[in-house]
Design a protein around this ligand. Structure first.
Ligand SMILES: Cc1cc2nc3c(=O)[nH]c(=O)nc-3n(C[C@H](O)[C@H](O)[C@H](O)COP(=O)(O)O)c2cc1C
Length: 330
């Protein structure tokens, strides 16, 4: 079965790849992912905060440990609390590049345009075939407008695009007031792809200790529906390619994401739980599913359930909403 796909201008054997995570922090696990057939490797992120800390320390010619005074800084990990420092990250990227044949996508993660974005060029120089720019940001300041939040992301994309020639994907959250408009702004800024979506950190409260409890729960397929909806709304109406991230566990999840318009399918929770071999199994099940349903290729199925041809996607979405509410029976 022909499962080939084009993502960020890269020709891939199939759409399945590990998403940004600790899955690719060691050479051994990266090789295991490639052996299991990953069509690309997405590295974990290098964070704006850790780069800024390193840059501040080298500017001041002092140890980054001594630098912080503001309370805000104290919330963040110390340099040693990050998986890898910026230089180690670049070195690992170079080693991964030398060890695998599939494309390697490096990841930058931050919220403001600034000097830290210079690492994009260094990632390209270290061998990255593409970049993922994760604009994870939860607005908490009532004085900051939606326009400012989106504007910062657009400026970041422009800055990165100016400094690299490799393709750039933007990994987004789902909480934008007009995602299609924002997506078009990102397209105009040069984004080559969008990754839908970030999974937000959802703190729990320890009611006895009166503390916020950090939680990291694996996703389930139930989280896919939100992605399907936005893939279907954006697919076929934008130049950038689309990747799904969040809630892909079974082969039918992959089928749904591709039908809704995904060019690439990223998995993290499923691979952390089941191991890299799950990628191979999904690929085989995907091929079988397509054969059984008489598709000639994955491309034939892509976008078949998107809203690109809908005369009025807004009315379609609203009509479905009303029908589901009105159709409820005890
Ligand atoms: C342990 C862990 C580490 C992660 N690290 C990153 C990261 O460094 N950068 C990033 O953009 N996303 C990161 N993510 C988010 C994943 O890339 C992905 O978007 C999210 O887990 C949803 O996909 P899933 O449902 O397949 O898990 C991480 C997720 C997990 C579980």
């Amino acid at each position: 079965m022909d499962l080939t796909t084009k993502y960020l201008g890269l020709d891939l054997a199939h759409p399945l790849m590990p998403g940004a995570s600790p899955l690719a922090t060691e050479l051994d696990s990266v090789r295991r992912l490639e052996d299991a057939g990953a069509s690309a490797i997405v590295m974990h992120s290098l964070f704006e905060e850790q780069i800024a800390m390193e840059q501040a320390a080298s500017l001041a010619h002092e140890d980054a440990h001594a630098e912080s005074s503001a309370e805000a800084t104290s919330y963040f990990p110390r340099p040693e609390g990050y998986r890898l420092g910026p230089d180690d990250y670049l070195a690992l990227l170079g080693r991964i590049k030398g060890a695998v044949k599939v494309p390697v996508i490096a990841s930058l993660n931050g919220t403001t345009p600034g000097g830290w974005l210079s690492y994009a060029r260094q990632m390209q120089q270290a061998g990255a075939d593409a970049l993922e720019l994760n604009v994870y940001h939860v607005p908490t300041d009532p004085k900051v407008t939606a326009e400012q939040v989106e504007g910062a992301a657009v400026e970041m994309v422009k800055a990165v695009k100016k400094s690299v020639t490799i393709p750039v994907a933007v990994k987004l959250g789902s909480f934008y007031s007009s995602l299609p408009h924002f997506a078009h702004r990102l397209e105009a800024a040069g984004a080559d792809g969008l990754v839908l979506f970030n999974r937000f950190y959802q703190p729990d409260i320890d009611v006895e200790k009166l503390e916020v409890r950090r939680t990291l729960q694996y996703s389930t397929s139930a989280e896919l529906n939100l992605r399907l909806r936005w893939l279907a709304i954006l697919s076929g109406r934008l130049r950038p390619s689309l990747a799904v991230s969040g809630g892909v566990h079974a082969a039918t999840d992959v089928v749904k994401a591709v039908m809704a318009g995904a060019d690439a399918v990223q998995l993290v929770s499923a691979l952390l739980q089941q191991g890299p071999a799950h990628l191979k199994q999904l690929r085989e099940e995907l091929s079988r599913w397509l054969e059984q349903h008489e598709y000639e290729s994955l491309a034939q199925m892509r976008g078949s359930m998107n809203l690109a041809k809908s005369p009025d996607p807004t009315a379609y979405e609203r009509a479905n909403y009303i029908q589901i509410l009105q159709g409820w029976k005890p």
